[in-house]
Design a binder for this molecule. Structure first.
Ligand code: HEC
Ligand code: HEC
Length: 395
């Protein structure tokens, strides 16, 4: 009997061990490796502890050398949490019911069960107070927002480090701090060849509309990074960080049309600046792709605005802030950048938009994480659009 039991325990142990190793292999692919290893270690440890406790229990009531029963502290403990009555004392708790020979014992409710029951109630009360009275109960939503915020912070750190800037994603900076930093770099490193005011010297004039390699920010970024060594313009990528290159290129852009004295004559082709200012980034005739092909706008409807605002706050604010760039672009002014149809299509079918629409593709390249489809209905998207109409850059 005892051997038999031992055997079944040892085989159970091995079966469990084998199962836990396969689950380790299975989750290893999807989970991060460290987490699943940890889980397996915890599972195996818990199992071993349980196994040892069981052995203690099994051998707890052995007889000592004199043949007297030894009651170990462990079996006392087990007895105190089960309050079970041993088989030989069952007569004492036998009720006088007798159903065709089936008898009923009046066992006490085991204390462990009571502890679990009252513990669950206490846990429930603490949980409710903690999450629904002190907190707002949106456990998952808060966690999600928290993660989004961390991700945005990481993205900000990354973009500050310049790791995200490349000739494809670089944009013109317009804030004063960056432009001053750009000016500093220009005066130190570039003015010797391009003139203090960008009027041109050995290198070309930056204040006219003529450019050899293109006057767009992306072209400038590329030339400053790689240089044109054959013509005397060196590559700056070992001396300037991507951020600094972006800053100096943005500063160069501010020199356009400043008309300094001693200008060098035009070199290269006349660059079409209108294209950059309104073209690639902003195109109000682009309606995007998706379910919406035309939207008629009339007077702003306040009721629609407030329902749109509410929708925005619940479904979109994890990624979008009105005034500042977050995971996605700042919303203020979006109505001046994009057509109403484009905005609704972006809300209703962002997957298709970032695959097929030029502006959306560029946005994805800039923001790196995709815009989530929040499964809004057309009417809801229309309400959000109405809210966006109130968020203009005009005071
Ligand atoms: C040693 C002189 C020299 C220095 C220093 C220099 N450049 Fe140049 N740069 C040139 C020359 C020469 C060209 C024209 C290259 C050509 O003809 O293809 C040029 C071209 C350029 C162009 C492309 C202009 C166009 O018309 O397409 C940009 C942008 C530029 N430089 C930016 C900079 C910046 C920014 C710095 C400082 C970080 C800098 N350069 C420092 C000599 C210089
Ligand atoms: C998971 C994050 C996330 C959520 C949630 C999200 N967006 Fe976006 N959104 C983005 C990103 C990122 C972009 C930039 C495009 C891209 O990367 O795909 C974007 C772009 C946009 C644009 C284009 C902005 C511009 O400057 O052209 C609009 C409009 C927009 N989102 C509206 C919404 C609305 C409305 C909601 C809620 C229904 C929403 N978004 C929810 C991340 C999100």
């Amino acid at each position: 009997m005892k051997n038999n039991r031992k055997f079944s325990f040892i085989s159970a142990f091995w079966i469990l061990l084998i199962f836990s190793t396969t689950s380790f292999a299975g989750t290893g692919a999807t989970d991060d490796g460290y987490g699943s290893v940890l889980k397996v270690i915890i599972a195996v440890t818990a199992f071993l502890i349980a196994f040892v406790l069981w052995l203690v229990l099994v051998y707890a009531e052995s007889n000592d050398a004199k043949g007297e029963k030894v009651i170990t502290p462990f079996s006392k403990f087990i007895h105190s949490i089960t309050q079970s009555v041993s088989v030989k004392d069952e007569d004492e708790i036998l009720l006088d019911h007798d159903f065709d020979g089936i008898k009923e014992l009046d066992n006490k409710i085991p204390p462990w069960w009571n502890a679990l029951f009252y513990g669950a109630i206490i846990f429930g009360i603490i949980y409710m107070i903690n999450y629904h009275i002190i907190g707002d109960g949106n456990v998952q939503e808060n966690e999600y927002n928290q993660e989004m915020e961390t991700a945005a912070l990481q993205l900000e750190l990354l973009s500050q480090s310049g790791a995200l800037i490349s000739a494809e994603t670089v944009t013109i900076l317009s804030n004063e701090v960056s432009l001053l930093a750009g000016k500093d770099i220009f005066v130190k490193s570039c003015a010797a060849c391009h003139g203090m005011g960008g009027e041109g010297l050995v290198g070309p004039n930056f204040t006219d509309d003529y450019w050899i390699h293109g006057g767009g920010i992306k072209d400038m970024y590329r030339i400053i990074t790689d240089g044109v060594p054959a013509k005397g313009m060196i590559s700056w990528k070992s001396q300037l960080s991507p951020n600094q290159i972006q800053e100096v290129a943005s500063y160069i852009r501010t020199l356009r049309g400043t008309n300094p004295p001693n200008q060098k004559g035009p070199e290269g082709k006349k660059w079409d600046f209108s294209q950059e200012e309104t073209g690639s980034g902003i195109d109000l005739s682009d309606k995007g792709v998706g379910p919406v092909s035309s939207v008629t706008l009339s007077e702003i409807d306040d009721a629609l605005v407030s329902s749109g605002k509410e929708l925005f706050e619940t479904k979109c604010s994890a990624c979008h802030k009105v005034e500042k760039r977050f995971v996605g672009p700042a919303i203020r002014g979006v109505i001046e950048r994009r057509s109403p149809e484009w905005i609704m299509n972006m809300i209703l079918d962002p997957e298709k938009m970032v695959k097929e629409n030029k502006i959306a593709k560029e946005l994805l390249a800039e923001y790196l994480s995709p815009m989530a489809n929040q499964s809004l209905t057309k009417d809801e998207a229309r309400a959000v659009l109405e809210y966006f109409r109130t968020l203009t850059t005009k005071k």
